[in-house]
Unconditional design. Structure first.
Length: 152
């Protein structure tokens, strides 16, 4: 057999090599775009979580402030309801399910003391006792002190 009669091998190997190299460039280009976006999304998710933690604490403070104002205005039932909501939210924060709490350990220690007068305060509000407004003001001040926010 002469060399002219031998079949030529197909030239598919260079074509496959080019396709693999092209696919490699496409994957690298995809990752170059994906990785920075992933880091940015991760950072934004952390910021969102921190804002949600702060929002829950602010909502608790707002509920307590609302109860205090309602009691000062003589709206004891609204104050009782808001106080009950505050203590429910506080209890959730102090005994979190799954270990997730918006409070630090020193904050938890300071806020546990506030639960001691819960039943007595709610009873005062249910009776419409004007002394409950002063107790709520004291509770609000103690909450701010335990959280570490300056009084306003």
């Amino acid at each position: 057999m002469s060399t002219a009669e031998q079949p030529k091998p197909p030239r598919t190997y260079p074509r496959i090599k080019r396709i693999v190299i092209f696919a490699g460039f496409v994957i690298v280009a995809f990752l170059v775009g994906l990785v920075p976006m992933w880091f940015k999304a991760w950072g934004r998710a952390n910021e969102r979580d921190a804002a949600q933690h702060e929002l829950r604490l602010c909502n608790m403070q707002l509920t307590l402030a609302s109860a205090t104002i309602s009691a000062r205005r003589g709206e004891y039932e609204a104050a009782r309801q808001a106080t009950s909501d505050f203590f429910t939210a506080l209890n959730v924060q102090l005994q979190p399910t799954g270990g997730m709490s918006d409070l630090t350990s020193p904050q938890r220690d300071g806020l546990k003391l506030l639960l001691a007068g819960r039943d007595e305060l709610i009873t005062l509000l249910a009776r419409g006792d004007p002394a409950s407004a002063d107790r709520l003001s004291d509770l609000y001040t103690a909450y701010q002190k335990a959280i570490g926010k300056p009084q306003s």
